[in-house]
Write a protein that binds this ligand. Structure first.
Ligand code: MLT
Length: 245
């Protein structure tokens, strides 16, 4: 098994994802938000690329869920780390408590994460990874007996410390399988070794983590840095993300 790492959403096209298993990371915060919402009873998440598409699906969920009632689709999104103006929901994982999200769907658009998820659609399987469920995601990703591509969303088409750290944590979970590693996968593994005792330090060292702190989102940082809170992972299939049964 070969494990490779895609540094940012912009670079996905340079990699051949066909017949491979992809795991997508946007640790601050889209994939952490998706994982938390699903853990709290969200029925599914529709990751879309544009504000207009998100508004349209929230207004008419029957486009994707024929039997849906009109208010089942929650409109959520972020640009530049902040909630999109006039959107009822943003991209903080902590806002998606069971009281808010249980029994509903989310349509979500973010600056980088939803782009990386949709960009990975050519893979045979697409898992959504976060530190919150890193072990369950790593185990599921090996279950398909295919080469694995760890897709980092990055930030504004630039390398992101936190996404690559998460890729390294997946590799660390899989070392017993003696996978072949690309150089970027090896670098990611060493990042994971370096920050393994205190992953939040990587967030404090990262440009996007520092931006979120400036925006007053320290609690998001603390939550997104927690390892293996959940023992499930989720898959992106036919345009929606659901818990991988
Ligand atoms: C992203 O899409 O890059 C992130 O989710 C942005 C954020 O929520 O801060």
């Amino acid at each position: 098994m070969l494990i490779d790492v895609v540094p940012t959403a912009k670079h996905i096209g340079d990699y051949d994802l066909t017949a491979k298993t992809a795991v997508v990371f946007d640790i601050l915060r889209a994939t952490s938000t998706i994982t938390t919402a699903l853990a709290n009873g969200c029925l599914g998440v529709f990751p879309v690329l544009s504000v207009e598409e998100a508004r349209s699906l929230a207004a008419d969920p029957k486009q994707k869920i024929p039997s849906a009632n009109p208010d089942v689709m929650m409109l959520a999104g972020e640009r530049g780390g902040q909630k999109i103006p006039f959107f009822p929901h943003g991209n903080s994982p902590l806002e998606y408590t069971a009281e808010v999200v249980a029994g509903n769907y989310l349509v979500l658009t973010t600056s980088n994460g939803t782009r990386a998820i949709n960009g990975s659609v050519r893979a045979s399987y697409v898992y959504i990874g976060s530190l919150l469920n890193i072990r369950a995601t790593a185990v599921a990703a090996t279950g398909k007996n295919k080469d694995i591509v760890l897709v980092c969303a990055g930030t504004a088409d630039k390398f992101s410390l936190e996404d690559t750290l998460a890729a390294g944590f997946v590799i660390k979970e899989l070392l017993h399988l003696k996978p072949a590693l690309s150089d970027l996968a090896t670098a990611a593994l060493h990042l994971a070794h370096h920050y393994s005792r205190e992953p939040v330090k990587a967030f404090l060292d990262s440009r996007h983590g520092q931006k979120l702190i400036r925006l007053g989102l320290q609690e998001d940082i603390n939550w997104c840095a927690r390892l293996n809170v959940y023992d499930f992972t989720s898959r992106f299939k036919n345009g929606r993300i659901e818990i991988d049964k």
